[in-house]
Design a protein around this ligand. Structure first.
Ligand code: PHE
Length: 357
């Protein structure tokens, strides 16, 4: 019995003194493992006389239960400590400033989109969207392009393969189909801008097969060209962050607007550079006009009741103009060094409160 008492004292000390889970497990194996001290005592019961066994049995089993209980208790404590330690080591202080290393950069085109959307939002325009893969109806027919008319070729369209119904979808050649989608799904008054990708079979220094436009559409009861001109001049002045933007309308033709115009901004090309808001040169930047009555009718609106204007900017070009990018193709070359130079911090997204850029 003294043996048991000293073994109990020794094992109790070992269990409470185990500093981690591995040490505790070693104590468990030494006591309760196959050849552990308590296991050996239990095995010795078989060789005892029935009388001896009567007292030794409960004593040894009692010791085993006690030590097992102590081990379980100690294990819970050590596991708690291990978790605390892990949580402390993995603690992340979210109030620390982000490291200054800027890995991702916002592309100038996306920056220009954000700026334009921000400016239009202040004027009460909502953002509308449509799919990049369009059908003939939304991209052409509803926009008053006559069937088989060469105006459809004017856009150097990418056609997709013929579908089961014999029609061919297109990669939208402009964002104007979003006008149609909006007029068919909302009732006027309407005031939207539609930013997005557009596609044409064209590639040189000033054209890429994919480029970006932002479309604008306003439908109301007494809308006229004056509203159009004021809107565009206001937006351009805000975008170029100058009061001195001069603009002019040039007559043009689009099937979906009547009258149609292109707008130029005044600029200065002397000295090799290009400056907006000064000088005596002109640069074409957008197409626009009053929404054609046929388009209104195609979208279920009565032209005697509703009029509106629409416009479409080339956004890559606006970004190049504002941020001094010389070649359009570089915009889509996916060169990270270029982006490091021309890109913007994602932490400084344009907003009306803190400014545009
Ligand atoms: N969709 C025309 C283009 O891509 C631009 C435009 C939009 C013209 C809206 C008039 C009205 O060239």
């Amino acid at each position: 019995m003294t043996d048991l008492t000293s073994l109990e004292a020794q094992l109790t000390a070992a269990v409470t003194g185990a500093i981690d889970l591995a040490a505790l497990d070693a104590v468990r194996v030494a006591a309760l493992g196959k050849t552990g001290s308590i296991s050996n005592l239990l095995k010795s019961l078989g060789a005892m006389s029935p009388d001896e066994r009567k007292t030794a049995g409960p004593a040894i089993n009692g010791l085993r239960d006690k030590i097992q209980g102590l081990i379980a208790e100690r294990k819970a404590v050590l596991e708690g400590q291990a978790l605390e330690g892990k949580l402390a080591a993995e603690r992340l202080d979210l109030t620390l400033p982000a490291p200054p290393r800027r890995k991702g950069q916002v592309h100038p085109t996306m920056q220009a989109f954000d700026e334009l959307i921000c400016i239009f939002a202040e004027l009460g325009f909502a953002v509308a969207e449509g799919p990049d893969i369009e059908d003939d109806f939304h991209n052409f027919t509803a926009l008053n392009f006559p069937p088989k008319h060469p105006a459809r070729d004017m856009h150097d369209t990418f056609f997709l393969q013929e579908g089961p119904d014999g029609t061919r979808k297109v990669l939208r050649t402009h964002t104007s189909p979003v006008q149609v989608r909006t007029m068919m799904s909302q009732s006027p008054p309407i005031r939207i801008v539609a930013p997005g990708r557009t596609y044409r079979k064209d590639s040189d220094q000033t054209h890429t097969p994919m480029f970006h436009q932002i479309e604008g559409l306003v439908i109301d009861r007494d809308t006229h060209m004056g509203h159009l001109k004021w809107t565009l001049e206001t937006v351009l002045a805000r975008y170029f962050e100058t009061d001195a933007v001069t603009t002019r309308f040039r007559p043009h033709h689009f099937p979906f607007t009547e009258p149609s115009a292109e707008m130029d901004v005044g600029c200065d090309r002397s000295g090799g550079g290009l400056k907006i808001g000064q000088g005596s040169d002109w640069l074409e930047i957008l197409g626009c006009g009053m929404v054609h009555p046929n388009v209104l009718r195609n979208c279920g609106l009565d032209p005697d009741e509703w009029q509106g204007f629409a416009f479409g900017f080339g956004v890559d070009r606006l970004a190049m103009l504002k941020y001094g990018v010389p070649d359009l193709r570089d915009m889509f070359a996916a060169d990270t060094r270029w982006l490091q130079h021309y890109g913007f911090s994602a932490f400084a997204a344009p907003n009306p409160a803190s400014g545009l850029s």
